[in-house]
Write a protein of this length. Structure first.
Length: 134
C-alpha cells in the first residue's frame, strides 16, 4: 500500500478531526478520486481510496484497513497506519491522502470489499466504504 500527501493548508485546531470526501476509484484524477465507484472488474490492477482530513493535530493517526468478505467472513487484506503530520514539514491541519491496494497476480476474487479509514487520537472514529468486484 502506498500513501501520498497531496495538499495541506492552515486551519483552526479547536475542533475534532474529520474525515471527509472518502472515495474509492481505480484511476486518480489530479491525485485524488473525483468520483466514488461502487463496482470494479476482477482485472482491475489497483484500487485507490482518497480522503480529506481536517483539523488534524499532532496525536492523530490514520489507519487504512482493506477487507474482503469471503464465505461470510471478513478477511483483512492489508493495513497501513500513519501520522499525517509526520508526512510534511508544514504544521497544517488539513491533508488530502490517498492509499492504494494493488493486485498481486491473478484476478481479484468476485465479492464484496471494504476499506475502513480510522482516525485515532483524542476523538477516534472511522468511515467505511464498500465496493464490489463483479
Amino acid at each position: 500500500m502506498i500513501l501520498f500527501l497531496l495538499a495541506s493548508c492552515q486551519e483552526d485546531l479547536n475542533t475534532p478531526p474529520l474525515i471527509r470526501k472518502v472515495r474509492i476509484c481505480s484511476e486518480l484524477d489530479q491525485g485524488i478520486c473525483n468520483e466514488g465507484i461502487p463496482s470494479f472488474s476482477p482485472t482491475t490492477n489497483t484500487f485507490y481510496v482518497s480522503c480529506l482530513l481536517e483539523q488534524v493535530t499532532e496525536e492523530v493517526e490514520v489507519s487504512f484497513h482493506w477487507f474482503l468478505y469471503e464465505e461470510g467472513q471478513k478477511k483483512l487484506l492489508e493495513t497501513m497506519v500513519l501520522k499525517p503530520r509526520e508526512l510534511s514539514n508544514k504544521k497544517s491541519s488539513k491533508y488530502e491522502l490517498v492509499a492504494n491496494l494493488n493486485r498481486s497476480g491473478g484476478a481479484w476474487p468476485a465479492g464484496q470489499y471494504e476499506v475502513e479509514v480510522v482516525l485515532s487520537g483524542l476523538y477516534p472514529f472511522s468511515v467505511i466504504k464498500t465496493f464490489n468486484i463483479e
